[in-house]
Design a protein around this ligand. Structure first.
Ligand code: 5AD
Length: 356
């Protein structure tokens, strides 16, 4: 659905629950008719919490020296991928901080190994790396790449995302490089960053459509006490709130402007509402959940925001609880890789998941 900037903005400012029910209904119907009822599960593996960047919002920032750092071995990462396959997932997502200790060759070998030994689609989420590395990993078999642009407001982005070795970050250029390299490409933003206005969020949502993305993930900004941004008051003019409700509005509007893409109901949303966060995301536009398969002993260390490493469950226990939650809202778990219909033009089957 083509929405004007003013329409998007009006929905972001809408507070009337009955009017918002209309937004949820439209987003849910659009989700149903374009990507079906299948909820695809992606096994998330947090490869390394080393990071050389100094993002003002993130708990993994280099300046957070009290944080103990870890890096999985290739064998540990491969075990996580095997677990993803055993649990019936179609995709493994390899994520990490910006860690040059994970060399281009090491990642390529890991991707190659996973593709050799499993049937999984491989998604990478390793931050800002070189176009040569993007190509190397694609040749090794990687299918998708996630890189959020965080906010389309360039001045705000520069404030929260300082340059590295004197080079100003340009994630929009990197997203284009990923698309050129042939990846299914995902991006997204945080909702309610201090200094982010309603109009910035409206621009972000229009940007998702303009960039022709295949996947978009959004979640509320959650202040991490060991970061500079935690001390910044989010009380500016027209400040967008980092609320659960605001995150759903962005999910729903994203579905309306990008009807056939994959949209996760994110962990950050579920942290604000551990009882029904996933469900509300899934009934307001989302069609993906990303269960965490990182070995439990590392979970607390991958604390990009607080709350991530608490209330830990084994992957098996989380998986069965999640399946019950998905069934309880009348949805089914997808089979196969769950490629973005935007990319494949295939349509996920309404009941049984896609055909693979
Ligand atoms: N609150 C919410 N999301 C965060 N991220 C990083 N730090 C925070 C935070 N404090 C998100 C960013 C990043 C993704 C991996 O996690 O959007 O791209």
């Amino acid at each position: 659905m083509a929405l004007t900037r003013n329409e998007v903005l009006a929905w972001l400012r809408e507070e009337d629950p009955r009017r918002l029910d209309e937004l949820w209904r439209m987003a849910n119907e659009t989700r149903q008719s374009h990507v079906g009822d299948a909820v695809h599960l992606r096994g998330l593996v947090e490869l390394s919490n080393h990071c050389e960047r100094s993002c003002a919002y993130c708990g993994l920032r280099a300046g957070h020296t009290a944080l103990r750092r870890y890096r999985l071995t290739a064998e540990e990462a491969l075990d996580c991928a095997r677990l993803a396959e055993r649990l019936g997932y179609g995709t493994v997502v390899l994520q990490s901080g910006e860690d040059r200790g994970l060399t281009g060759e090491w990642i390529a070998a890991l991707v190659h190994e996973i593709k050799e030994r499993t049937h999984l689609a491989v998604t990478l989420s390793l931050g800002e790396r070189s176009e040569d590395e993007f190509r190397l990993w694609k040749e090794a078999g990687a299918d998708r790449y996630l890189l959020r642009f965080e906010t389309s407001n360039r001045a705000l982005y520069d404030r929260i995302h300082p340059p590295l070795r004197g080079v100003r970050s340009d994630r929009l250029a990197l997203l284009r490089a990923l698309q050129r390299a042939g990846y299914e490409t995902g991006s997204g933003v945080m909702v309610g960053i201090p200094g982010q206005r309603y109009s910035d969020l409206a621009e972000d949502i229009l940007m998702f459509a303009k960039l022709e993305l295949d996947m978009v993930g959004v979640g509320p900004y959650i202040a991490h006490p060991d970061t500079p941004l935690a001390g910044v008051l989010a009380a500016g003019v027209d400040q967008a709130p980092n609320s659960e409700l605001m995150a759903y509005k962005v999910v729903a509007l994203t579905r309306l402007v990008c009807p056939d893409i994959n949209i996760p109901s994110t962990t950050a949303i579920n942290i604000l509402n551990r009882d029904t966060g996933y469900e509300l995301g899934l009934t307001r536009g989302a069609n993906i959940v990303m269960p965490n398969l990182t070995p439990l002993r590392y979970r607390a260390l991958y604390e990009i925001y607080p709350g991530k490493g608490t209330a830990l469950e084994t992957p098996e226990a989380f998986d069965s609880r999640l399946r019950r939650r998905i069934a309880a809202i009348g949805r089914c778990v997808g089979h196969g890789r769950g490629d973005s219909p935007h990319r494949t033009t295939a349509r996920a089957c309404a009941v049984k998941g896609d055909a693979q």
